[in-house]
Design a protein around this ligand. Structure first.
Ligand code: NAP
Length: 480
């Protein structure tokens, strides 16, 4: 039997495209296996040029792989992944490598890595972004796992990854669940980016009365400048699409209830646990939830709104303000996402190179964008950067954008146009840069009702005011 150097289990859209991508690269022979043989046969029939080595069961699949056996699983996340891992650990041997390329929750990956490691087999959780097109032509890949597995896997993944400015969009992110953690944050940022773009569209449409086709042209123009990104590019495509049936702009025919597959929720839940305010991402998740509550929206549709409508005297100036507000809010979403990566790395003991992550997001993935280079540069200049938004390049962006941002958020509030991601990002920015926050009052309230104690600005220690006695009395509290 021909020996393959890499295998793929799971031949639905992602797995078959990834298998074809692997087979198209010099030096690879690809073994394939799917639970039901029909998908295997379909792939064999459609792509004889790939010269796949097809297996009918797991034992045959294992026998068709050269050692160390390396297999990428692309099956339904959750139970499907667990079933395939169990089956592969039966037929693989110590030193072999199982890669889960699906969208797993990183804590599941940590659990699976620990269990599989006990058999002597390497387990790698690899986030793969770029959808079906990326899987075929070059995704951005975020692998975790051991250093040992990276020696074999690294060259294979480099051969199939997207290439940005001559560099493959893959790096060994860190051990066990680090890859899937970073992929989760990538998806969270994607949620924020999409919501910000949607808010920009809505403001321009309601502020200037421009048609979707005209706004498509504005996005195309933005895509020539500092906002250049895949999401801006596809937004222009979606906005210019006309519905074949009605002749209306397609965006006006699509039901305004956004779905999700849950990775945004994971990002927010994880960040809450880590104590990281990812407000832009959270607002994007909440906005999708709100949109998908038709009964509540219908019941609330007659609630009073503002007397003012938006009145834009100079449409070009307004559009430029929206562009700047979008850019500033986007910087905040990335800054918050990187804060979550830093906190996750600390919590789980991963050595994640932030600049490398920005680099591998430059190509192949959904949030690929020109300004990711600036993030890489910011971390190269200062690896200990405490908040991305404080890097000199981004300070300049904020200086340039903040007046426009404030103006757009206030226009939106006055006119009753919801812009939750724009406005929460601005509130976060102002909170972060404030000399003093009303958190002092919150501490006072907490001490009043719960004796939760507070610290003082003028001396060390922990204190409690005797609220029920003479309130001038305070006591130092021993916290040891
Ligand atoms: P999918 O619809 O998520 O899963 C279908 C595949 O899983 C089929 O090959 C199916 O085999 C297999 N499967 C399900 N349960 C199984 C079990 N118990 N044992 C063995 N195989 C089982 O496929 P997909 O859309 O190609 O996605 C694959 C993975 O990539 C998922 O984890 C997904 O979240 C992730 N992902 C998808 C995208 C995307 O754009 N679609 C992007 C990034 C990542 P049968 O044919 O026998 O039913």
């Amino acid at each position: 039997m021909t020996q393959a150097n890499i295998g793929v289990v799971g031949l639905a859209v992602m797995g078959s495209n990834l298998a074809r991508n692997l087979a198209s690269r010099e030096g690879n022979t690809v073994a394939i296996f799917n639970r039901s043989y029909e998908k295997t046969q379909t792939l064999l029939d459609a792509h004889p040029e790939a010269e796949f080595v097809a297996a009918k069961d797991y034992a045959e699949f294992a026998a068709s792989l050269s050692k160390p056996r390396t297999a990428i699983i692309m099956v339904q996340a959750g139970k499907g992944t667990d079933a395939v891992i169990d089956a592969l650990t039966e037929v693989f041997e110590p030193g072999d490598i199982i890669v889960d390329g699906g969208n797993a929750l990183f804590t599941d990956t940590i659990r699976r890595e620990k269990a599989v490691r006990e058999t002597g087999i390497n387990f790698v959780g690899a986030g793969i972004s770029g959808g079906e097109e990326g899987a075929l032509n070059g995704p951005s890949i975020m692998p975790g796992g051991s250093d040992e597995s990276w020696v074999t896997l690294g060259p294979i993944l480099k051969s199939i990854a997207a290439v940005a400015e001559g560099e493959p969009c893959v790096t060994h992110v860190g051990h066990d669940g680090a890859g899937h953690f970073v992929k989760m944050i990538h998806n969270g940022i994607e949620y924020a980016d999409m919501q910000l773009i949607a808010e920009a569209y809505d403001l321009i449409r309601r502020g200037t009365g421009k048609t979707p086709a005209e706004i498509s042209a504005i996005f195309s123009e933005w895509n020539e400048g500092e906002l250049e990104s895949y999401l801006i590019e596809i937004t222009a495509e979606v906005l210019k699409q006309v519905d074949a049936e009605t002749g209306k702009p397609l965006v006006d025919v699509i039901l305004d209830q956004a779905g999700s597959k849950g990775t945004g929720v994971w990002t927010v839940q994880t960040s809450l646990d880590l104590g990281i305010p990812v407000s832009g991402i959270a607002e994007a998740v909440f906005a999708r939830s709100l949109s998908s509550k038709p009964a509540q929206r219908a019941a609330a549709s007659s609630l009073p709104g503002p007397s003012e409508t938006i009145s834009v005297a100079d449409p070009d100036a307004f559009i430029e303000n929206v562009r700047l507000a979008l850019y500033a809010s986007k910087v905040i979403a990335y800054s918050q996402g990187f804060d979550a990566i830093v906190a996750g790395a600390e919590q789980y003991g991963w050595d994640i190179k932030k600049g490398e992550i920005a680099k591998i997001w430059r190509g192949g993935c959904i949030i690929r964008a020109r300004f990711l280079n600036r993030i890489t540069e910011a971390y190269a200049e200062n690896p200990g950067l405490v908040a991305l938004v404080t890097a000199p390049f981004f300070v300049d962006v904020m200086a340039r954008a903040q007046d426009a941002w404030r103006s757009v958020v206030s226009d939106a509030a006055k006119a009753g146009i919801p812009a939750p991601a724009f406005s929460s990002s601005l509130a976060y920015y102002d909170g972060l840069r404030a000399d003093r926050l009303p958190a002092a009052l919150v501490q006072g309230q907490r001490d009043f009702f719960g004796a939760h104690t507070y610290k003082r600005t003028d001396k060390d220690g922990t204190f409690h005011t005797l609220w029920s006695g003479d309130r001038t009395e305070i006591e130092a509290v021993d916290t040891h």
